[in-house]
Design a protein around this ligand. Structure first.
Ligand code: SF4
Ligand code: SF4
Length: 439
């Protein structure tokens, strides 16, 4: 809005322009100061500038552009830390020797942070002094969002999430239409708003629109295993655009909607679907966003499936014979800790499962996490970053890729198409549903 006024009005004189611009800088600065916790301060004072994190980041390795090195993406926050929280920084400021954060810095870092970081956290794994770089980048995003330096696509998705309830604008009526199709295909009924069910299943918009086979797989597996479950008409969306854009207030609001739905239906568990950042948002960040613990537990669908399999409630038969691999969604495996379950599940239904190099916690991102895929401007860079995944796949020569994130799936489908690689991608929950023992 401010940008539009600035771009199109001839009536704003230089003084007014500078005043409006400095307001944006001020908001960014205030947010960075508010985000400057003990962890961030100790991280910056520990960095030994070794550059090891660079080689862990696909946006750097695939472009060789030093601006995409992980630690460089934290520069706006580092500048504020140095100038306002260190002795030499304060001293230098008094002498006019430091380079303060500017409006131009915020404008420049918008592209570096939103387009050139998928929040995959691979850099955080390799830092020899244990700096969680992605944690700091997330805070830089807060400042950029507060000062209105966020990409259009993400701003629009966040607006839809708040106003409509879904970043893709998916309304309840669209979900109901998909449910009707699934019910017609399977002969099963999909429970909605069942008070007292044990589990409340969340869905991502991408699953509803692009991969309704996930809903079908849930219905079939839960019927088979005798799981008491429901969807909630007021809280079916798992995606959290607030986390992606870096707006904790929006993130908290979206978490609160899920919490309200879970409390209303008195469920014991909320199931996070095959969506990476949704798991981070509801399982790990959610209680921090809303400032209190939940009265229910959050479980990822793969954790639940493995629990059901271990307890003998999920019985499968037959095995896939083709050569397949698993793409680890960063937020589920690296940041989420669900690493063994997908492998155990896959091995139970596949006899020719092969791992990528750098799999599990050190797997490479698809390139579209952290809101990058919702940011049209980043498309060219994202496809470049996909070359890392392409190299991993080229080594393997697999028939099928299995994953557990609708966003990874869409991003990889696009990357494969761009590279004329004809490899189908399927969701793990669907693979398991295909092998259920008939009751
Ligand atoms: S979080 Fe991932 S994409 Fe972002 S800087 Fe680190 S390695 Fe690169
Ligand atoms: S790996 Fe860690 S210590 Fe080395 S430059 Fe990156 S953040 Fe700094």
């Amino acid at each position: 809005m401010v940008e539009e006024v600035l771009a199109h009005s001839d009536y704003i004189d230089k003084y007014t322009r500078e005043l409006v611009m400095s307001e944006r800088l001020e908001r960014g600065l205030q947010t960075l100061r508010a985000q400057m916790d003990t962890k961030v301060k100790s991280f910056f004072s520990s960095c030994v500038h070794c550059g090891i994190c660079a080689e862990a980041c696909l946006f750097y390795t695939e472009t060789n552009d030093p601006r995409y090195t992980p630690i460089y993406k934290t520069e706006p926050m580092r500048k504020v830390w140095q100038e306002e929280y260190t002795f030499w920084g304060k001293f230098g400021k008094k002498l006019g020797l430091t380079k303060s954060l500017t409006e131009a810095d915020l404008a420049n870092w918008e592209e570096l942070v939103y387009d050139g970081c998928s929040m995959c956290s691979r850099c955080s794994m390799v830092c020899p002094v244990g700096i969680d770089i992605a944690y700091i980048i997330r805070k830089v995003k807060e400042a950029l969002a507060a000062s209105e330096y966020s990409p259009e696509g993400l701003v629009a998705a966040t607006k839809r999430a708040v106003e409509i309830g879904s970043p893709m604008g998916v309304k309840l009526v669209a979900l109901q239409a998909q449910i009707k199709h699934v019910e017609a295909d399977t002969g099963l009924s999909i429970p909605m708003d069942v008070e007292g069910a044990d589990y409340l299943a969340l869905l991502s918009s991408m699953e509803i629109i692009n991969f309704p086979e996930y809903i079908e797989a849930l219905a079939r597996i839960f019927k088979h295993a005798g799981v008491s479950w429901t969807l909630c008409s007021e809280a079916f969306e798992a995606t959290n655009s607030g986390l992606q854009i870096g707006n904790s207030v929006v993130a908290a609001e979206l978490v609160e909607r899920v919490v309200a739905g879970a409390y209303k239906l008195k469920v014991k568990y909320v199931i996070s679907p095959e969506c990476g950042h949704a798991f981070s948002a509801i399982r790990w960040d959610g209680p921090n966003f809303i400032g209190r613990a939940y009265d229910f537990k959050v479980i990822h669908i793969l954790e639940l499936l493995e629990e059901l399999r271990n307890s003998g409630r999920l019985k499968t038969s037959g095995k896939e014979t083709e050569r397949l691999t698993f793409h680890d969604p960063c937020q589920i495996v690296r940041r989420g800790g669900v690493e063994a379950q997908p492998r155990q599940l896959l091995k139970s239904v596949a006899e020719n499962f092969v791992e990528m190099t750098d799999h599990g916690r050190m797997n490479w991102c698809c390139g579209g996490g952290g809101g990058v895929s919702a940011n049209e401007r980043a498309e060219g860079l994202r496809l470049k970053a996909f070359n890392r995944k392409k190299s991993q796949l080229d080594e393997l020569n697999v028939d099928t890729i299995v994953t557990a994130c609708a966003n990874c799936r869409l991003v990889m489908e696009e990357g494969l198409e761009e590279n004329e690689m004809d490899i189908p991608i399927v969701g793990l929950t669907e693979v398991i549903a295909e092998h259920l023992v008939e009751d």
